[in-house]
Design a binder for this molecule. Structure first.
Ligand SMILES: [Zn+2]
Length: 211
């Protein structure tokens, strides 16, 4: 059986099991979506958002990309953020990176990955550049990568706060709370590394007036 055929078969069996355990399971999900959390994670197949958080369908709204980036020109990310904040009224936005992230490692090297990957990785290189003094002082390669994973999450949370979407929501609803987490592949545990409650101060350069 090919991998995609196995997935289709597993899907049938899973749907049947859910209905057997709870006949209204899908009926309820069709009628209502009210997640309180927006998850911005890495596309890495080893970091499935619902599995590592033990959340059920309907509980978290998810966006994933290479190295869990919040790029201010990324229409995809911004659309998800806008919808989650203004339509779903999520209370929390979590940016979750992970140690050993391939995107972070790639950005720390000098290989030419061609466009468009070079373009994407450049955003991570810019985070390294911001913290190069601290990072260059770490002699162990794995530790330096892990530290960049943490600093990258912190920066991406900061990028969220720089959007007019978040600033308007903070002003009008005193929500959502922004979180930066890092997941460890080696033990499955999540470490909170940074957070910004609604109303946190940001660099005035990025503040919008007349929201
Ligand atoms: Zn990753």
């Amino acid at each position: 059986m090919k991998p995609f055929e196995k997935i289709l078969q597993d899907n049938k069996e899973w749907a049947a099991r859910e209905v057997e355990a709870d006949p209204d399971y899908f009926k309820r999900l069709v009628e209502l979506q009210s997640p309180e959390i927006l998850w911005i994670g890495c596309s890495d197949s080893r970091v499935p958002a619902d599995k590592i958080t033990c959340t059920q369908p309907g509980e978290i709204f998810v966006h994933r990309n290479l190295a869990n980036m919040v790029v201010h020109t990324d229409v995809n990310l911004l659309s998800v953020l806008d919808f989650a904040v203004n339509q779903l009224h999520v209370k929390h936005v979590i940016v979750c990176g992970h140690y050993g992230c391939g995107g972070i490692k790639a950005a720390m090297g000098n290989q030419d990955y061609k466009q468009v990957l070079n373009m994407w990785l450049r955003n991570i290189k810019d985070v390294y550049h911001l913290y190069q003094e601290e990072l260059n002082a770490i002699t162990n390669d794995d530790k330096r990568t892990d530290r960049l994973v943490e600093l990258n999450v912190k920066e991406q949370v900061g990028h969220l706060a720089q959007t007019s979407i978040i600033q308007r929501a903070w002003k009008n609803n005193n929500s959502p709370h922004l979180h930066g987490w890092v997941y460890a592949l080696k033990d499955g545990l999540i470490k909170p590394v940074f957070d910004m409650p609604a109303g946190s101060r940001i660099d005035p350069l990025y503040e919008f007036e007349n929201l």
